[in-house]
Design a binder for this molecule. Structure first.
Ligand code: 4AD
Ligand code: MG
Length: 463
């Protein structure tokens, strides 16, 4: 008999249909003459309730084994459920217990566990309601992202994880080597000599696929990356990971305005997709995690984002009656408290801040007229802060050469990047969306460690 997923049975199951389900026991209730077993297979928040009659062969032994966490296959007939909360249940006819879960030691008992505790059992926490819902929504976000770009004719490109370039220049690179660093030869100056290493030079885990996306956009016009990126950022916050996923579209023949328009349309599309496809999970988050989640989602989908320049944003922050820990003046990098003030307190919706001072941004951003600012944009989301960072890129060879000199970047290291400006250069723009911050935004989860299956943060890389 075909195995059906629980979500499908709960939605489409009809009385008298025969079905088999396979999953893990969530709860067991033993009554006189029969028992209720709730089986969850990860396909939905709710499990399917199976009723097992005491006249089933080997009933006592089976029921003893079916404690929370045990894995099981139940075959039976679907019947209308007399109970509240579900319209269909299963009358079990045969049961196979695959694996038991000793109630004395199984860590996930039927009570609310803290997220901190669940982080210590990453190998089991996906079986809980909240983490289950998070990872279904995460999957839906990924699907929405691919669907959005594929519908628009963007090519998904696979940027490398190992690279020799430092896209952001922020000194947050993890070094890749196939040697024990202590055993690598040193040069005359006492520094490690990477010429002897696997790649013959110093290589890193990528912080961004943007530079390679620019290469591909110069052939395919519109492309996007979607993959893991790495930053040795020693910040233990609820919004930073050492390994996170980033989505980076790059568009040829596009300026900063086109970039902002695409980013806004993109975020709205993902929200709508998730609301349409994960309604049950989103309602769960709205009830248990963030009570204004549905309101926020509605606000995102139906209102235009606010757009201000950095200079305007600084003026608004200077006028604010709120006291900031970090003083505001033109030229500072906006801190999380400033970003959240703008998005949460002032505008109460996502805010796109553009044209930041050139000194606080990366080398590749296009210099604005007057040469004080660059064509950068950040999208600040209520409750999160920066969720997207992007820019129009410097397409003028002479300006780019001047900028990299000012910033002490070796032209020889990015000769290929300069070549793109030598041969058929075009105005182009793109952005990077932090995928985990997006999942936080959509679910209301407060800690980024709880929206990625296996979080990597300072002093923690278990599993
Ligand atoms: O603003 P960032 O550094 O921009 C770039 O990397 C550009 N190369 C993107 C581009 O234009 N193609 O990073 C982009 C986004 C941030 O807005 C943030 O959402 C996320 O990546 N991000 C992180 N997410 C989790 N943990 C970290 N340590 C993150 N650092 C950045
Ligand atoms: Mg940024």
């Amino acid at each position: 008999m075909v195995t059906r997923r629980v979500a499908d049975i709960l939605k489409n199951g009809q009385p008298d249909e025969l079905a088999t389900i396979k999953g893990w026991v969530r709860t067991k209730r033993e009554l006189k003459g029969f028992s209720f077993i709730e089986v969850n297979d990860g396909s939905s928040l709710a499990g399917l309730q199976a009723v097992l009659d005491a006249d089933l062969p080997d009933y006592e032994n089976i029921i003893k084994q079916l404690s929370t966490g045990a894995s099981v296959e139940i075959e039976g007939k679907l019947v209308e459920s007399p109970g509240k909360g579900q319209k269909i249940e299963m009358k079990g006819e045969s049961v196979i217990v695959y694996g038991t879960a000793d109630p004395e030691t199984y860590p996930l008992q039927k009570k609310r566990h803290s997220f901190e505790f669940l982080r210590t059992i990453s190998h089991l926490r996906s079986r809980t309601n909240t983490l289950g819902a998070v990872f279904r929504v995460r999957n839906a976000c990924a699907t929405a992202i691919h669907q959005f770009f594929q519908e628009k004719g963007f090519l998904w490109i696979h940027s490398p994880i190992i690279t020799a370039s430092d896209c952001e220049g922020a000194g947050e690179l993890f070094t890749v080597t196939n040697f024990d660093l202590n055993k690598l030869p040193k040069n005359d100056g006492g520094e490690i000599d990477y010429s002897q290493d696997f790649f013959g030079k110093q290589a890193y885990l990528t912080v961004s696929g943007q530079l390679q996306a620019e290469v591909m956009a110069m052939a395919f016009q519109n492309v996007y990356t979607f993959g893991p990126t790495f930053r040795a950022e020693n910040s233990n916050t609820s919004r930073h990971l050492a390994e996170f996923w980033m989505v980076e579209p790059e568009m040829a023949f596009c300026d900063l305005e086109g970039d902002q328009n695409l980013a806004e349309e993109f975020l709205k599309y993902i929200f709508k997709y998730v609301l349409d496809n994960c309604a049950e999970d989103i309602e769960f988050f709205n009830k248990w995690v963030n009570k204004s989640l549905l309101e926020t989602a509605d606000n995102i989908i139906n209102n235009e984002f606010e757009r201000v320049t950095y200079t305007e944003a600084v003026a608004l922050l200077e006028k604010a009656t709120k006291k900031f820990e970090f003083p505001v003046e033109w030229g500072i990098d906006l801190q999380s408290e400033h970003e959240r003030y703008l998005a949460e307190d002032l505008f109460k919706k996502p805010v796109i801040v553009t044209n930041y001072p050139k000194d606080i941004k990366a080398f590749y951003m296009r210099l604005d007229e007057g040469e004080k600012t660059v064509s950068a944009m950040d999208i600040l989301a209520p409750g999160i802060g920066e969720i997207i960072g992007g820019s129009q890129r410097e397409e003028r060879l002479d300006v780019l050469e001047r900028r990299i000199k000012e910033m002490n970047i070796e032209a020889d290291d990015i000769w290929w990047y300069l070549d793109l400006r030598r041969y058929g250069t075009v105005p182009h723009a793109g952005f990077g969306l932090g995928f985990e911050r997006l999942v936080q935004f959509i679910t209301g989860m407060t800690n980024i460690r709880d929206v990625i299956p296996f979080p990597r943060t300072p002093l923690s890389a278990d599993f």
